[in-house]
Design a protein around this ligand. Structure first.
Ligand code: MN
Length: 232
């Protein structure tokens, strides 16, 4: 194949305990998947069907264990927010995946930050416009290495937490997801054919808030991993 311009490199995330990388195809994100976060966003936390938005694959910023990666404060926002989330890595594709078969499609798990330009997201939301400017920007998906499910199992409970400069800001538990990982996969696969390499950010617990230049943001998911970024 000859390309008219050089093709962009394949977006990828390291695999924990391996020299291999996990190639990223698409990034799906679940909105409002913890009741207390739905309330803080001004929504009814009743169990409405999950909804989804996407980020581009090359929004991932891999963060190695023990490292702190500098992330530039993004343009066109004055309210840049952290959201810590469990991330699911799909290893086997499919459509209309049954809830009780969903974990067969999961290759592994990571912890990630769904970084958000909250002012833009809310302005777009209030006008009924797409969320891309608020959610799908460059470097908006810092992420730990992916842990194979063969090592970490399929977590259904565990602390999800985030600190800013050492102060606890977000704390929740995977057991409190409104839509579990299998339910999320089942629902998403009704609308998209999932493919190997897809990532799903499963939603954030309450306590989201702004970060500013110089902040050290650390967060993680128990049994999966933790990551640190410095806002520059
Ligand atoms: Mn999120």
């Amino acid at each position: 194949m000859n390309y008219a311009i050089p093709p962009s490199p394949q977006a990828a995330v390291p695999i924990a305990g391996s020299t291999d990388d996990f190639p990223v195809r698409r990034i799906y994100c679940v909105g409002r998947n913890y009741a207390a976060h739905a309330r803080e966003m001004g929504s009814d936390p009743d169990r409405e069907p999950p909804f989804f938005f996407c980020k581009p694959a090359d929004a991932v910023v891999p963060v190695a264990p023990g490292d702190t990666v500098d992330i530039a404060y993004p343009p066109q926002t004055a309210n840049y927010h952290h959201e810590v989330e469990l991330v699911v890595a799909i290893g086997k594709g499919g459509r209309d995946i049954a809830i009780d078969a969903a974990t067969d499609h999961v290759w592994g798990y990571a912890a990630g930050f769904d970084m958000t330009r909250r002012d833009l997201q809310f302005a777009l939301r209030d006008k009924g416009r797409p969320w891309e400017l608020g959610k799908a920007f460059d470097q908006s998906a810092p992420i730990t290495p992916i842990v194979p499910a063969s090592r970490c199992g399929h977590p259904t409970a565990g602390r999800v937490w985030l600190t800013v400069n050492g102060n606890l800001k977000q704390e929740g538990n995977l057991a409190d997801l409104i839509w579990s990982v299998p339910e999320t996969i089942a629902h998403l696969s009704k609308y998209f054919e999932l493919r190997p390499g897809d990532l799903i950010f499963t939603g954030t617990p309450e306590g989201v808030g702004p970060v500013v230049k110089g902040d050290l943001v650390t967060g993680g998911v128990a049994g999966v991993g933790e990551l640190s970024i410095r806002i520059g």
